[in-house]
Design a binder for this molecule. Sequence first.
Ligand code: FAD
Length: 485
Amino acid sequence: MKQHNIVIIGSGFGGQSAAIKLLKQGREDFVILERRSFMGGTWCQNTYPGAAVDVQSPLYSISSEPYDWSQMYANQAELNEYTESVISKYNLRAKTDTSCNVQKVEWQDDISRWHIHTDNGEVYESQFIINASGPLSTPVIPNFKGRDTFKGKSFHTNDWDHDYDYKGKKVAIIGSGASAAQIIPAIAPDCGELHVFQRTPHWVMPRHDKVFKPWQRALLRNKFMYKMLRWSIYWGLETRIIGFKYSEAGLKRAAQAPAKAHIKRQIKDPVLREKVTPDYTIGCKRIILSSTLYPAYCRDNVFVHSKDDGIDEITETGINTTQGENLDFDLIIYSTGYDATDGVISYPVVGRGGKTIGDFWEDYPRAYLGTTIPDFPNLFIVTGPNTGIGHTSAIFVIEAQMNYIMDSIKRVLTSRAKSIEVTPEAEERYTNHIHDEMKKTVWEKGGCNSWYKSKSGKVIAMFPGFSWTFWLLAKNFKRADHTFK
Ligand SMILES: Cc1cc2nc3c(=O)[nH]c(=O)nc-3n(C[C@H](O)[C@H](O)[C@H](O)COP(=O)(O)OP(=O)(O)OC[C@H]3O[C@@H](n4cnc5c(N)ncnc54)[C@H](O)[C@@H]3O)c2cc1C
């Protein structure tokens, strides 16, 4: 059995942030477990054509790790380079066991430690677990009728097969969300035909990207300037929550009207306009930033199927649509996303008394500050329930969680206690507050069914407020909300 004080599960920005914080506190006795053969998470795994971030890079970066980005919205290759630079700077490779898929974790009450079982038969024992396994890490492919009979090529966007040459081929892409919106313009010119199947259209707003000039990149290398730019982007984005939560009229004026104008400006065909115009309030689903998607939709070799012309069945040779067309394809791309709610932790977690997180989440996923759960001592979930953020950088929230996690760990290690646990009352109070606040948001009221909602119908993937309020909550540790044993 391998002994460590802290086990971090996942090596994306969540795992890296945790590791950096621990190192800065002089805590070296930790290991990162990563199921892939490589480290890095989202931007090392998602290599599909056109992949890029949709939050400005100076903000979408670890706060202590500035970078002289070549453009405002970095593409995957640059995000991969950035990730590599962080991993190398802190020598995190030496702290990571790759190809190590955690399959189960179990709390041992008699010794106040966790046992972590991996698929290669190893068992790790640790006092603390920081689960950073990622909200959008395990891809989901819906069980379309006949899905497994297709004899052509198929893959999920999360697992792009670069050995497959799609040039001149008949391609179907299922899904029209954020990844599809990046892939379609990137591959459409090379496909023979590209058919887009959408469950519902998404609102799209122009993407105001900017390539930085050499002197601007030089300024980014200045820590003070980087910080200033970061904060101006942050506060600019933070105002969006006013529309998402407090003013539907304002949201429609400031975002939905420009999004409608974007359709009019870029699409002349009234039938296509109709197909891409959503029937729910903007923001209810993640807003897509793209200035190239609609021009791609207008190409002669691209066929956008309306939401009423969906997939009836997948066959050996292609797709039968609900409008009765039988279409043959060489390649089916599943841009069908992730389970960011009920399946946010991809392995069983067994807490005190044999209770699992699955049991605790039977009604819906929930956690105090999206991070801790009663009866699961010394377990911290990064990007857990209701920590997602649609209007700003996910890394900001990850780092806010780190304040709470590091504070909790420190309090145990500097006391006689062996474990910390949130009280059931505190968790319940917090969760009730979250869902009361959620009622005011466009994610709940906007008239859509999105991946933000769990099977319960509750919005689980989002935090219902300004991200700085989450930061404040996570920063100010409440002793009375916890028990130490
Ligand atoms: C295509 C895409 C685009 C995105 N764009 C944006 C954006 O523009 N802005 C934004 O704010 N957010 C975006 N996100 C959200 C993104 O998930 C977060 O920004 C952030 O990268 C999450 O970091 P993480 O470390 O929590 O998760 P990840 O980066 O997903 O890392 C999780 C790691 O845990 C590993 N892991 C999972 N399960 C196990 C296991 N059982 N055992 C061992 N290892 C395991 C995974 O292999 C992975 O390496 C995007 C996500 C995707 C998929």
